[in-house]
Design a protein around this ligand. Structure first.
Ligand SMILES: [Zn+2]
Length: 167
């Protein structure tokens, strides 16, 4: 195997390079080098500029990928949050809330006891059951919504951090 007696174009260290080698890294200063042949002469050329450009391009590509992922995440959350919302009587949706759930349960108890005392024990009991059941339904919906919302916010912040680190 023939070797070329080359020198690193960056630090000047001697680099015996096999004749077929095109690219190499200097083992002394770790510069990326290209072997350039000019007739019988051969020398090394620093590849840093090209490397920097390549790194810049891959950072640009990564940033585009992350932005795309962020858009997809936001789009999916729009759909998921709509699915996790509750429906009101007019066909609209609203965010389930734990505070509202507690209020609904309290109203159910007050109405149930009131109706049971002053009107009919059966209707009082039914009002109580309906109030407590819809309050619990609201409470479970609120907890599912909050958990999904937290997951979405965390992922979104993580993506935004990654995008900022690239810029
Ligand atoms: Zn070197």
């Amino acid at each position: 195997m023939t070797t070329l007696p080359l020198n690193c174009n960056n630090c000047g260290a001697p680099l015996p390079v096999p004749e077929s080698t095109r690219y190499l890294t200097c083992q002394f200063c770790h510069t990326q080098l290209e072997v350039v042949r000019d007739g019988n002469a051969a020398f090394t050329k620093v590849l840093d500029a090209l490397q920097e450009r390549t790194e810049q391009i891959s950072a640009d590509v990564r940033r585009l990928e992350l932005k795309n992922e962020l858009l997809t995440l936001e789009h999916n959350w729009d759909r998921e949050s709509e699915r996790l919302k509750l429906r009101n009587k007019h066909g609209g949706t609203y965010e389930p809330s734990a505070a509202l759930a507690v209020f609904v349960i309290a109203v159910g108890i007050v109405m149930g006891v009131g109706m049971g005392t002053y009107f009919s024990p059966l209707f009082g009991f039914l009002a109580l059951v309906v109030g407590v059941a819809s309050g619990i339904h609201q409470l479970m919906a609120a907890s599912a919504f909050d958990a999904a919302s937290k997951r979405y916010q965390q992922r979104k912040q993580q993506l935004q951090r990654e995008i900022n680190e690239l810029t």
